[in-house]
Design a protein around this ligand. Structure first.
Ligand code: TXA
Ligand code: MG
Length: 310
């Protein structure tokens, strides 16, 4: 618990704390401090107009960042928080331009990972209001799912007072579902573990947009990309890596990087597998994309981004 306390104090002093969540590791800073948040952009090499998600420990704490929450957003929070869901809401005065990228909305999330929740509670007990945290990777790279990933990617960009927390590995493995709650009905901006079907069921509303396959403005085509070339659905050649569901056979001479048994395992393994491909120094990895709806939508979204080259 001392480690959590020290991390919460580091945040209060304007330092950075990387921490595990159930999706991926985040790189956190005091969301009310422009100088602390500036350190995130610097470490990641991320353009300053990209908005950040504010992490809090409860709906009550989240409500302070929003001007108001529509009823369907309250339903979603009650059902899926703590958990891998981010709500985009009209912002309150608490949310500065340096967090929202100058937009009049703010993204908020209550994560369920025990280390993340403990950190947020401790930070709030010390008077903090929320922790701004993007994924703890350099801009454009694959999101980290272990402390070692963060250390490798960002270690030399952190200062001695910054902290990287350890904890149980992320169970979900891909970033949170982002739902725009500023319209009459919810719209998925980024697909994730909380699926379109779950959101429609929970709210009883039709979804705006096109169920998360839409690419929203500001999001990049090339993202989550490893150094190796990613080929979707091709035939793996000698020396290539292969990521596919377990029932897909491994040709002779091909490195089987992951063989998940189902979609949950696919999502949880995907980024770890992409990091492994790079650590092995492979030139190319073939990913056989899972078909259908539900979590397969989020997996295909991340694979497509990993495969894209500008
Ligand atoms: O699972 C997650 O969401 C992880 C963990 C650490 O919580 N965080 C994460 O953060 O994925 P990041 O910064 O890598 O991705 C946040 C996404 C960005 O695409 C950003 O554009 C979008 O959230 N976003 C944040 N605030 C927004 C806003 N006000 N309006 C629209 N999009 C927003
Ligand atoms: Mg990211």
């Amino acid at each position: 618990m001392d480690e959590i306390r020290a991390a919460a104090e580091a945040l209060r002093h304007g330092n950075l704390v990387a921490f595990p969540t159930e999706t991926v590791f985040g790189l956190g800073a005091d969301a009310t401090s422009s100088s602390a948040v500036a350190k995130i952009y610097e470490a990641k090499g991320r353009p300053a107009d990209h908005p950040l998600i504010v992490h809090v420990s409860s709906l009550e704490a989240a409500a302070k960042w929003a001007k108001h929450l529509p009823d369907y957003a309250l339903d979603l929070a009650a059902e899926f928080w703590p958990g891998p869901l981010t709500l985009i809401l009209p912002r309150s005065e608490l949310a500065g331009d340096f967090v929202t990228g100058g937009q009049d909305t703010v993204g908020v999330r209550v994560p369920s990972h025990p280390t993340a929740l403990a950190l947020l509670r401790e930070f709030e007990a010390l008077g903090g209001q929320g922790v701004a945290a993007p994924s703890a990777n350099r801009f454009g790279r694959v999101s980290p799912t272990s402390r070692a990933d963060v250390q490798r990617d960002l270690g030399d960009r952190l200062s001695p007072n910054d902290i990287i927390l350890d904890g149980e590995p992320p169970k979900v493995g891909v970033e949170s579902t982002i739902v725009d709650c500023t319209g009459d009905v919810p719209a998925i901006l980024r697909p994730g573990y909380v699926t379109a079907e779950m959101i429609a069921d929970c709210t009883g509303l039709p979804l705006g947009g096109n169920d998360g396959e839409k690419r929203f403005s500001g999001s990049m085509k090339s993202h989550y990309a490893p150094t190796a070339r990613v080929q979707i659905d091709g035939t793996p050649n000698l020396g290539d890596g292969l990521i596919a569901l377990a029932d897909y056979p491994t040709p002779v001479g091909v490195h089987r990087i992951a063989a998940p048994n189902n979609l949950d395992e696919f999502a949880a393994d995907l980024y770890r597998a992409l990091h492994t491909v790079d650590q092995l120094g492979l030139q190319r990895v073939v990913i056989v994309a899972p078909k259908g709806g539900g979590l397969a939508v989020a997996i295909r979204d991340r694979i497509t981004k990993a495969a894209h080259r500008d």
